[in-house]
Write a protein that binds this ligand. Structure first.
Ligand SMILES: [Cu+2]
Length: 320
């Protein structure tokens, strides 16, 4: 199992936010009460089966008179109704706690756009990145969620609630990581062939580290130093890669958004929504035949020569 998946499983009940605390509390309360009822009912069934088993022919289950069964019915319906009412109150309380409205006119701290099958991440200062989200620890962030194609769903369990990304509209969600660390999540709405490889990796930094990270990420791409990488930079334009991908400083603006922004690709730990750890080899394999690595992905096979692949991979691999 890749590292990504193991961590994912551990993250389901982890909480790093007041919202996830509220959800976990509600979930555990439901689990405890319904667990108790399941044990009670199955215990009663087991006891009845044992007590009235056929061998002891002398014992008869008998018949409960209609008047008694009406009482039992009122009791069970009453208890069930009461439980539903109690949990309705708890649920509504949780919704209120989690769905606090933003300040009037509050601008989002982040915009995240779901694409088949990767995440576009935009900061208010114009910095763009993909797939690996970086945030400052501590603050509760107001996040705008959008979609470029079909319905996706943003879910990082430890950081707050999940929320659909719907084409043509903006949804908003609070996100918080109390502590520094790495938090993982995934797309939670089936969105096509590679839905499973639409993982989310969130790194929460101390506020100073976050500012430093954002400063670096906001810079234009570095100029390639060796000949191979320089050739790769030329090919990136000649082979129309730049029609879908932006590399700030190297492409005309950063308006190409069909594929992930590659300005600082080499500083990311994974590529392709978590499908592959980022390495020169993985980049080579991807560029030479995207459909073999992530079948259905919206990047065609360019039938490049081995030399072209080598040059492009070398170029991309130094975009720190
Ligand atoms: Cu998706």
């Amino acid at each position: 199992m890749p590292e990504f998946m193991l961590v994912q499983i551990q993250h389901i009940f982890q909480s790093a936010s007041s919202d996830a605390d509220a959800f976990n509390w509600l979930f555990n309360a439901f689990l405890a009460v319904s667990g108790f009822i399941i044990l009670l009912v199955s215990g009663l069934i087991a006891w009845t089966v044992y007590k009235f088993r056929a061998k002891q022919a002398a014992v008869s289950a008998g018949q409960i008179p209609a008047s008694t069964s009406r009482k039992v019915e009122i009791l069970t319906f009453g208890l069930a109704g009461l439980l539903v009412a109690v949990f309705l109150v708890f649920t509504v309380r949780t919704i209120y706690r989690v769905q606090t409205p933003p300040r009037p006119g509050q601008q989002p701290d982040l915009t995240i756009v779901g694409h088949q099958w990767w995440w576009e991440i935009r900061y208010p200062d114009g910095t763009v990145t993909a797939n690996e989200l970086h945030i400052p620890a501590g603050r509760r962030l107001w996040v705008r969620l959008e979609s470029a194609d079909v319905i996706h769903d943003w879910y990082v369990p430890a950081l707050g609630r999940k929320m659909d990304m719907i084409p043509g509209m903006s949804n908003y969600v609070w996100m918080q990581a109390r502590e520094k660390g790495v938090y993982e999540g995934a797309c939670n709405e089936y969105c096509g062939a590679q839905h499973a490889w639409m993982r989310i990796r969130v790194t929460a930094h101390s506020p100073e580290d976050f500012r430093r990270w954002l400063g670096e990420e906001g810079k234009s791409a570095r100029e390639p130093k060796n000949e191979l990488a320089k050739k790769g930079k030329e090919l990136f334009h000649k082979k129309v890669c730049a029609g879908c991908h932006s590399i700030r400083g190297h492409t005309a603006g950063d308006s190409a958004r069909i594929g992930p922004d590659l300005t600082h690709l080499a500083s990311r730990k994974y590529i392709l929504g978590g499908k592959e750890p980022n390495s020169l080899g993985a980049l080579r394999a991807w560029i030479s035949n995207p459909q073999a690595v992530k079948p259905g992905a919206h990047m065609p096979n360019f039938n490049l020569s081995p030399e072209e692949i080598e040059a492009l991979a070398a170029y991309l691999n130094q975009l720190k």
